[in-house]
Design a protein around this ligand. Structure first.
Ligand code: HEC
Length: 158
């Protein structure tokens, strides 16, 4: 009987040990997500692949058009079209994060500031798409367009 007691006490203590060790690993576990890697796409590719197509969807989503019968408002007409604007705005926000990555960012001054202005305008566009607010898209789209122009004026060499 004595050895049974000793074994169960030993098991009990090692069990506690495992729990403590488990809690420790939980606390010190590395954060999930991809490790930092060197960027592959050039700024030009990032512009052509993500930034420009995203902005295009947003600009075309709202506005007015002149037809034979007069001036018509353009705005997303259903959930799917609103979602498409939101998707593009979200992609633009993330493309801003890509522009800030070390190895792609050109500096931590104006480059970072101008990228953040683009991110802010894209976030405002996303909020307007979530609220299905066409005027909000129009206003945020204007800010977005200005953020592109400001950065191109300083950093685009062509
Ligand atoms: C933080 C700076 C920055 C912001 C913000 C920015 N761009 Fe650019 N963009 C650049 C630079 C730099 C280039 C030139 C890249 C090159 O030629 O290597 C460029 C080039 C481009 C090009 C030309 C690509 C080509 O093939 O020559 C397009 C199109 C473009 N940007 C669209 C946009 C749009 C649309 C926005 C706004 C929604 C935007 N960019 C916002 C920095 C920026």
């Amino acid at each position: 009987m004595q050895w049974l007691f000793v074994v169960s006490v030993a098991l009990f203590i090692s069990g506690i040990g495992f729990i403590i060790a488990g809690a420790r690993t939980l606390r010190t576990a590395a954060p999930v997500g991809a490790p930092v890697t060197m960027p592959v796409a050039s700024i030009k590719q990032t512009m052509n692949a993500i930034v420009a197509p995203g902005a295009d969807v947003i600009y075309k989503a709202v506005g007015t058009t002149t037809t034979a019968t007069g001036v018509e408002d353009i705005a997303p007409r259903n959930d799917k079209e609103w979602a498409a604007v939101g998707n593009s705005a979200a992609a633009l926000v993330e493309s801003g994060h890509l522009l800030l990555v070390r190895g792609r960012a050109l500096d931590t001054g104006d480059w970072a500031k101008m990228t953040r202005e683009m991110i802010d305008a894209a976030r405002a566009t996303l909020a307007a798409a979530d609220a299905k607010n066409a005027n909000g898209i129009l206003a945020a789209g204007g800010d977005l367009n200005e953020s592109c122009d400001r950065c191109h004026a300083k950093y685009r060499r062509e």
